[in-house]
Design a protein around this ligand. Structure first.
Ligand code: SF4
Ligand code: SF4
Length: 557
């Protein structure tokens, strides 16, 4: 007798993209395949943009975009989706709430009085199960169970809990720090039984976005660089299974090639950017605020380059993370030297060289040990998928952690530090002066760099196991916002001025035009260029309410 298949989906809802495992639940939780998006489907580059879009264009619109994307990602695995019996997710509170379609405004506004004024009730963010039908997923059966993990508190989500559980940091009694280096860098400082957390809106540069040749960690991305002899740098490129492979040897000042490798790079990840900045600073090819090569560009293999604008984007992201770390240290009232271990999580935290990360300010300047723990959010979703009792375990860990969340957006300490970071990266302010400014603000200076005695890597890939059917990439999410505006003359100004080529104007009648925006490429709140340049003043971004998707290609269509 052939037993029916029972598949499951582990789903990590990240701020810069979604990642899934298709798991065979009838065969010891074997991972069959992995499917990822290259971008987040909502307009915008960070969590605040996503929240703004959700509030302005309406929860229904935002929720539909998320669900259409998840449906497509599940379909990409190419199995009969009726055999998917269970889905387990993980992510930060905003992403999980957007996926479930529940209240998120409590995460957008700081302060209880504002919540009262807008009559906003915080939703229950304890661990629970629901069904695909209740959420609105259509590609799987409506009865498919969906496990939603708990938040530690409203702003400190299941992704932070995943970092804590998977890194095993609570089992050690030492003072330590953990960071998931994403668009929204989630960070925690654990000291004497209490967790202090914060999230720095680092922006997309840490994920390789807003960088000329930047891309997420995916096959054929440059993920690291190393100085070799005669000023040549070795380029490390991710292979099909996301393993970094030593590839071509290039002179970064001139682009001269010493050794050409068969693997062809198509972009550079955030960790590649960290390597470029660290090596640039150490070799003198970067003299902040500029690049000290003849053409003011660093050259990597296959025409991938890094220019001064990229350097400033990366610097702002690195500055936000260093300012976040230092803010936590100051809030807890400890010295920099008391941090014993630094845990690095997420795709960037996996591939980054911790020593180069420390040079750029992403790892505290004094630390005894670094531990790279991988994509703990996807790993946690997997654990929750194959063992439903993990939900209770997560809840009891969440309940046991006394925590304090520091809102960097309203923290004077963060503001004082970040101003110096901007001056350091964008104006070339020397570190000596940076520290003087910290002292004036009543803060302790940054100590001299002391390299860790031990650097440990628990996984060698962001996603350690992609499954026998390999990694599938949803290159284009293919979800669109559609709208027509009375008075639109079809001049295409909005299309021409869209910096991301996300918008198209299509003629649909004699004098009627349709605006079509590919949501994943749109910068949303941070841009609105299309709205501003419309000569007739008719395009209203927030009035775009219709969500359409391209057809599904998998068996589930
Ligand atoms: S111009 Fe409009 S469609 Fe294009 S990225 Fe900006 S907001 Fe999005
Ligand atoms: S710029 Fe305004 S008038 Fe011109 S095509 Fe776009 S929406 Fe229509």
């Amino acid at each position: 007798m052939v037993l029916p298949m029972a598949y499951g989906i582990a789903l990590d809802l990240g701020t810069s993209g979604f990642r899934t495992h298709l798991v065979d639940l009838s065969n010891k939780g074997k991972i069959i395949s992995t499917a990822i998006t290259m971008r987040h489907p909502l307009p915008g580059a960070n969590i605040m943009d996503h929240l703004h879009f959700w509030i302005e264009n309406g929860a229904e619109v935002g929720h539909k975009i998320i669900l259409e994307t998840v449906d497509k990602l599940i379909a990409l695995h190419g199995v009969d989706c009726r055999e998917i019996k269970r889905i387990a997710v993980c992510g930060n509170p905003a992403q999980l709430s957007m996926f479930e379609g529940i209240e998120i405004r409590d995460l957008a506004y700081a302060g209880e009085s504002i919540l009262k004024r807008f009559n906003i009730t915080r939703p229950n963010r304890r661990g629970h199960t629901t069904t695909a039908g209740a959420i609105g997923l259509t590609v799987v059966g409506p009865e498919t169970e969906v496990a939603i993990p708990p938040a530690i508190r409203h702003e400190v989500g299941a992704d932070a809990l995943a970092m804590i559980i998977k890194s095993k940091m609570l089992e050690k009694k030492e003072t330590c720090m953990v960071t998931d280096y994403g668009t929204n860098a989630e960070m925690g400082l654990y000291h004497e039984g209490e967790l202090y957390s914060g999230s720095a809106a680092a922006g997309p540069a840490m994920e390789g976005q807003h960088i000329s040749h930047g891309m997420l960690a995916a096959p054929y991305a440059i993920s690291d660089l190393n100085v070799e002899s005669d000023g040549y740098w070795a380029n490390f490129v991710l292979d099909e299974r996301l393993g970094p492979r030593k590839a071509s040897l290039i002179n970064p000042s001139t682009g001269d090639l010493k050794r050409l490798d068969s693997i062809k790079a198509r972009g550079i990840t955030g960790t590649g950017v960290v390597a470029a900045v660290a090596l640039g600073l150490e070799t003198g090819l970067i003299k902040l605020p500029g690049i000290a090569t003849k053409d003011k560009i660093l050259h990597f293999q296959d025409g991938i380059t890094f220019n001064e604008k990229d350097l400033h984007e990366a610097g702002k992201a690195m500055g936000a993370i260093r300012a976040g770390h230092k803010t936590l240290i100051e809030e807890v009232g400890i010295s920099d030297e008391e941090i014993k271990t630094m845990y690095l999580a997420g795709a960037s935290g996996t591939y980054v060289d911790p020593i180069k990360a420390q040079t750029c300010g992403l790892v505290p300047r004094v630390v005894e040990k670094t531990v790279q723990v991988g994509n703990t959010s996807l790993m946690m979703a997997y654990d929750l998928l194959v063992d439903p009792s993990v939900l209770d375990m997560m809840q009891s860990v969440a309940d046991s952690i006394a925590s304090k969340h520091i809102m960097f957006a309203t923290s004077k300490i963060f503001e004082d530090i970040y101003i110096n970071e901007v001056a350091y990266w964008l104006e070339g302010m020397p570190m000596e002066y940076y520290n003087k400014m910290l002292k004036i603000s009543g803060l302790s200076p940054l100590p001299d760099i002391k390299r860790p005695k031990e650097t440990m890597r628990i996984v060698d890939r962001d996603i350690p196991e992609v499954g026998s059917k390999g990694l599938k990439t949803l290159e284009h999410v293919g979800v669109f916002l559609i709208g027509s505006f009375e008075g639109c003359a079809g001049c295409k100004r909005c299309e021409m001025e869209c910096p991301e080529q996300a918008l198209k104007v299509e003629k649909i009648g004699k004098k009627e035009y349709k605006i079509r925006i590919a949501t994943e490429y749109c910068l949303g709140t941070a841009c609105k260029n299309c709205e501003q340049v419309c000569p007739n003043g008719v395009l209203k971004f927030s009035e775009l309410k219709i969500v359409k998707r391209e057809e599904l290609n998998g068996k589930c269509a």
